[in-house]
Design a binder for this molecule. Sequence first.
Ligand code: HPA
Length: 281
Amino acid sequence: MSEVYDKLVRAYDSIKGKIPFEPEVALVLGSGLGDFADSGAIKVETIIDYKDIVGFPVSTAPGHKGRFVFGTVGDVKVVCMQGRVHHYEGYSMQDVVMPTRLMKMMGTKVLFLTNASGGVKRGMKPGTLMMIRDHISCFIDSPLIGENIPELGVRFPDMSHVYDEDLQHIIRKSAAFLDMNIEEGVYLQLKGPNYETPAEIAMCRLMGADAVGMSTACEAQAANHMGMKICCISCITNLAAGISSAPLSEEEVIETGKRVSAEFTVLVSESIKNFKKENIF
Ligand code: HPA
């Protein structure tokens, strides 16, 4: 067994007795969006703090709590990551995707990612919700580098359709039902933790990115490797560097996340309930 897989199994073994049910959806809450788990949108059954999981990476990023919340959204069983870990915190890419792998081990088939990002496409406004249609991950190391873990997936996974078309269709329909405007586009993950320079953002735009951030694509790569159905809603928390003269700050990222949190919560909840109604799982 590989070292990475062995660590994953040990983490799972340390909590399996506390997991209340086999969750159907794994939900990752990004910077400033963690309120979802405290908002009443989820009927909470059990909370497991990351610090109580053997070998688990603990989040140090602002706006990230660091615990798994198990509960139901409507009649859908979910496990929700209230806070994720990032490569820029000093964790290896394998550690960054360990929580995603653990949630697959718990039985989830759908990974619903969320994040905060900087708007690169011209005309995007802070507070806009953007559904990710595809990503650019080649500026970061793949979490799949190293010995392949055959228990999880194949050596050379196809990444032609990382974000599931059926889930995207349901999110689009859910937004329309709620009378909400959402954007759609390409997300580009950079390493962070510094924000980008205006020249870097100009490069990202030329490459086809609509938003940039410091997470998500690596988790999507790991989940795709394991055959999960994946979707993502990104909250554009600020204009990316060089678009406005205002300096970028983590306060703005967290503030905007909090400002749109009610709208975000309704869309995520509605979409999750509709996944079940449309027999995704
Ligand atoms: N750049 C990178 N990551 C981010 C940004 C940004 O402008 N906003 C929120 N996360």
